[in-house]
Write a protein that binds this ligand. Structure first.
Ligand code: TRP
Length: 326
């Protein structure tokens, strides 16, 4: 029996940080069970970054290396760049014929992002940006994927993708599955300052960070403000470091909470332990990164992935063109 198909993608916006880690780990965990397609969605990056003047090509290579270092295995899954598989664009165009504007305008991320980036001085009243979720639906459906491992923030986009699939099937016959989101178990982590983790806030720990940088960023984590002296009783539920401990020191989280509440371990030591725990997770990734960095390996991975992706996508487009009478 053929395996279930999975698709997911990420925009190449800069080095991955540990806030992204659970999503990529979730991708890697599916490699044996499913036929997986993972794409660096560079066209999606252009929908908001069309005038950023950063060579996307370099960002694409960087994120690919991040994925490989976390454990995506090109022997098991197809890793490729969206813009190298033109079928995504063709399907997006064909979908655009029967997708009501009102469906796109009511997706919550649309108005939110226009407003947010508007404050930063960017006008996003663009054709391509409105179509962002439709291009995302084409990304997924061009492989007739049944499941999409993503973070929770993507749920409205997956729901929209299902609506597009349903509409196509009603109009032209049953071609597409209605894909399900696969949400990971790990909750969203804040940045070291308690705000959203983001490279632009300088509150993120990069997946590639060397030990010294992990220590420096961990030291900056905001702890319980009521805890002035080392022996004061602490409140782990309001402490950023404890949110990380919950994931990185899961096996002894109760002990750590007790030590904090009882004023037995000070924040400085508690954060030193945390830095060591994070480093234990990231160290093997750094090792793997060194392997993939060498020679022309990234180029080879992307070329092989793109071949496999194109073959699958071309088959779908043949069916779609026939169904639409082209
Ligand atoms: N919108 C997704 C994000 O911001 C990226 C993305 C584009 C995607 N196409 C996709 C995710 C298809 C899953 C499937 O993270």
């Amino acid at each position: 029996m053929s395996r279930k198909i999975i698709f997911s993608g990420m925009r190449p916006t800069g080095p991955l940080h540990i806030g992204h880690l659970s999503v990529v780990q979730n991708w890697a965990a599916r490699q044996d069970e499913y036929e997986c397609y993972y794409a660096v969605v560079d066209w999606h990056a252009l929908t908001t970054g069309f005038d950023d003047n950063i060579p996307l090509r370099d960002l694409v290579r960087a994120i690919t290396l991040d994925w490989l270092s976390v454990g995506l295995d090109p022997e098991k899954c197809s890793i490729f760049v969206q813009s190298a598989v033109k079928e995504h664009a063709e399907l997006h165009l064909l979908f655009s014929m029967f997708t009501p504007l009102s469906w796109l305008e009511r997706i919550p991320t649309y108005k939110d992002q226009i407003q947010q980036l508007g404050w930063e001085g960017k006008d996003l009243h663009m054709y391509g940006f409105l179509g962002y979720p439709l291009l995302q639906a084409a990304d997924i459906l061009v492989y007739r994927a049944e499941a999409v491992p993503v973070g929770e923030d993507q749920l409205p986009h997956i729901e929209f993708c299902r609506e597009v699939a349903r509409r196509f099937n009603n109009l032209y016959g049953p071609v597409f599955p209605e894909p399900q989101a696969l949400i990971g178990k790990v909750p969203l982590l804040p940045g070291t300052d308690g705000r959203k983790m983001s490279k632009s806030y300088h509150n993120a720990i990069a997946i590639a960070a060397p030990t010294a940088e992990i220590e420096a960023q961990t030291r900056r984590m905001v702890t319980d403000p009521a805890r002035v002296r080392k022996n004061d009783p602490g409140h782990p539920e309001v402490c950023v470091a404890h949110k990380f401990h919950k994931i990185y020191s899961a096996e002894r989280i109760e002990e750590l909470k007790d030590d904090c509440r009882g004023g037995r371990v000070g924040c400085t030591d508690c954060k030193k332990n945390l830095a060591a725990a994070i480093d234990r997770v990231l160290a093997p990734y750094r090792e793997r990164r060194a392997y993939w960095e060498a020679g022309g390996r990234i180029t080879e991975v992307l070329a092989a992935g793109q071949d496999k992706a194109r073959t699958a996508a071309a088959k779908t487009l043949e069916i779609v063109r026939a169904a639409m009478g082209l």
